[in-house]
Design a protein around this ligand. Sequence first.
Ligand code: DLL
Length: 440
Amino acid sequence: MYNKEIETLPLDKLRKLQNERLTNLVERVYTKVPFYKKQFDEAGLKTSDIKGVLDLHKIPFTKKTDLRDNYPFDMFAVPMDDVVRIHASSGTTGRPTVVGYNSHDLGVFDEVVARSLVAGGATSKMKMHNAYGYGLFTGGLGIHSGATKLGMAVVPISGGMTERQLMLLQDFQPEVICCTPSYAQTLGEEMQKRGITHDDINLKYAILGAEPWTEAIRTQVEGLLNVTATNIYGLSEIIGPGVSQEDYEEKGTGSYIWEDHFYPEIVDRDTGEPLPYGKEGVLVFTTLTKEALPIMRYWTNDICSIDYDSGAKRTHIKMSSIKGRSDDMLIIRGVNLFHTQVEALLEGMEHLAPCYQLIVTREGTMDRVKLNIEITKELQDNIDGDLANNDTIKNLTGKLSKKIKDNIGLSMKVELMACDTIPRSAGGKLSRIVDCRELG
Ligand code: DLL
């Protein structure tokens, strides 16, 4: 563990620390950020009403639109002289969301990333191939700086230029790779195509995040790259990568949220009411220690559940993997659908590769969704002629349609496609939904 004392702090002590940090935060934001002063005054709330995390529910949420309305720097709680780094995430529309850090905040960022990397299997003696994008995106620099703090040798390759990535993976022999899961798929597939074998590289751990992914992709990437792959989660508004991380020996049991810095809640997507542990809803965070851009009850839009795991190595609460963002949820004939639900059904299905797209169209007032998914190279090599007329393909299509209907409750057209026909990640986040509805 990177910080054993904090990572295993007994819960009563953790709660005490959180309560102290929260009351301090509330005073700070009330006096330093006009947005929060107004928010408190309008809600008739006094800072003394917030005595600890149990009072958090009294505070209104902060949403992405609030950051946009205060573009670029009006939510900052320190003078610009103190700010030492600025990042921004480009939304699909309009202005980017701008975030700032002072040197204290960069210390917190390094700490949580270093903890995350160690939980993901990394040590100070290893080399890291960091293929998250550098620039305004928090992935590249955030992971880089935390890895440096840990003492790793970082290769700041950034995303893209796959050919060069493959060369350096062979030449530098890094033990750890960090990138999006979809780019790990791309790298693994390209290695295979070029005949680069597991013996040619030295990877042991892959620390993957920045987009939703499921066990189907974990299985594929672990096989292709010969690694143990774990999930890292985060968002710029809260700090960047390293808000939570899965332990490499506890795979599939959720990711530890470093809750001495980021206090999580799950709330109902429609009413905003807090939900009990184990229930799925919108993840909301309060930054307990950040100074330049402290945020209270940030509505992430990410859907998951949180719960304590008493048998685990650390005491901090765990979050399940993200099902999707509530604004990316499709509603098809009254059924709510996240692409990860379809992806999860691919795990254990022979002959199918987790390379797929959901195509959404509208006919009249009816939304329809179609799944395009690739078959594996082995199956393709065994098929002569047209895929559409092949019996194995027909059986497989029927099997998958039925699995989707049985598990998700939707009749969905499924088309099995030849290898390499679905777009791949060229380095960053990959969208697996193609929404054609606006096109008419
Ligand atoms: O994606 C920070 C990051 C960089 C996380 C590198 C992990 C690794 P943003 O660009 O602000 O920040 O996007 C944040 O991405 O609200 C989620 O919807 C999604 N996301 C991030 N990590 C995961 C993950 C970075 N592990 C948004 N699983 C978040 C699912 C994720 N979704």
